[in-house]
Ligand binder design. Structure first.
Ligand SMILES: [Zn+2]
Length: 373
């Protein structure tokens, strides 16, 4: 079984969902804090004096999130690593050679999993700092905007606060910028980072397992939706590790006779990856390459355009569900909350219709707040 980062992608959802849930809780805390005593003429002063209370509440939410996320990250990376190993074992099992027997010996996966998980946990550190700052900033902004026209009275103050809060809730905690300069919402950012980490774990596990079986070569698939960055590597044989560069090398023939054969390699797997292979949403995979045994794969089945468009439509509807859930959490007025909740239900109904119509798998976890951008 070949391995691709997509093999483990779904595992990132569990981590992202924790952030989506935490974001709803934060919006909730913020709304509660701002709503208390809003009709009092001394509201703005009271709110500024209570800043410490909100800070304590937010810090508590973040601490719980940190603990849960670090556990979920470890679990996701560990599962991804297992999947990668299993894929390699399945491939090795299919070629009944002495190498397969060697591969049956379990590899100690803990050090690799710990290392990959720790890297991701430290990548999410800045997210937690940003949560506190963004929430307190919003609190101050709402107070400032709502008290800008004190003479207009309580009703106007309420409306101004509701407006400022709603605009925060619509976006959620934002301001995460990736290496390409794109801004993300906190849950989407964490999901993206986790997807890339679990993808890395699966590929590494596969490669480690092949290495234990003495297999040094892999072959890249021919994906239906290729991108320019992956094109140079399509259908090519690569060394698992070591130096890059296209060259001809001599390797032992994989069948019993064990003679040496010449194989043309396009470079190394690390080289291909740093040149863009297995970028986010890449549909390529790699498998063990055994000279004299592995056949080049035929082009994969084309994914139909209609299916692609329908799945895009579904993603769009899921984003709407999440956005309206945030708006409901941030609604200061009861009527506004009801309207937002009605939108949540309406979009959920449209997803059900689309699923019934097309047979696409309904991913209800995707409708949790904040997943996509
Ligand atoms: Zn690709």
């Amino acid at each position: 079984m070949a391995i691709s980062p997509a093999t483990a992608e779904d595992l990132a959802r569990a981590v992202a969902m924790l952030y989506e849930q935490a974001e709803l809780t934060l919006i909730d805390r913020l709304r509660e804090a701002l709503a208390a005593g809003i009709d009092s003429p001394r509201w703005a002063d009271l709110k500024l004096a209570a800043l410490g209370d909100l800070q304590a509440a937010i810090t508590e939410v973040i601490a719980a999130l940190e603990t849960d996320a670090s556990g979920a990250i470890h679990q996701a990376v560990s599962e991804a690593y297992d999947r990668g190993q299993q894929a390699a074992v399945a491939e090795l099992g299919a070629v009944a050679t002495g190498q397969a027997a060697a591969a049956a010996v379990a590899l100690p996966s803990a050090p690799a999993v710990d290392r990959l998980a720790a890297a991701l946990v430290s990548e999410t550190g800045p997210v937690h700092l940003r949560i506190l700052r963004a929430t307190l900033d919003t609190y101050r902004t709402v107070i400032a905007e709502a008290s800008a026209a004190p003479l207009l009275g309580a009703q106007t103050r309420r409306q101004a606060a509701a407006r400022a809060l709603a605009s925060f809730a619509a976006r959620g905690v934002t301001g995460f910028v990736d290496r390409r300069g794109r801004a993300w919402n906190m849950a989407s950012y964490v999901e993206m980072a986790t997807r890339s980490a679990v993808g890395r774990a699966a590929i590494e596990a596969h490669s480690d397992r092949l290495s234990a079986a003495g297999i040094e070569l892999v072959m890249v698939s021919d994906a239906p939706e290729e991108c320019p960055r992956c094109k140079p590597w399509e259908g090519k044989v690569l060394t698992r590790g070591g130096a890059g560069g296209a060259r001809t090398i001599e390797v032992e023939h994989a069948t019993e006779d064990g003679r040496m054969v010449k194989v043309r390699v396009a470079g190394s797997l690390p080289e291909a990856r740093s040149a863009g292979l297995f970028h986010p949403n890449c549909r390529h995979d790699v498998r063990a390459f055994l000279p004299g045994m592995t056949r080049r794969p035929g082009p994969k089945e084309q994914r139909s355009r209609a299916t692609y468009e329908q799945s895009q439509k579904q993603r769009y509807l899921e984003r709407q569900v999440r956005a309206w859930k945030r708006k409901a959490a941030g609604a200061l007025e009861e009527g506004e909350r009801k309207r937002a909740t009605a939108h949540v239900r309406a979009y959920q109904a449209r997803i059900r219709e689309l699923v019934a119509e097309t047979g696409l798998p309904r991913k209800s976890h995707r409708e949790q707040t904040g997943g996509a951008r």
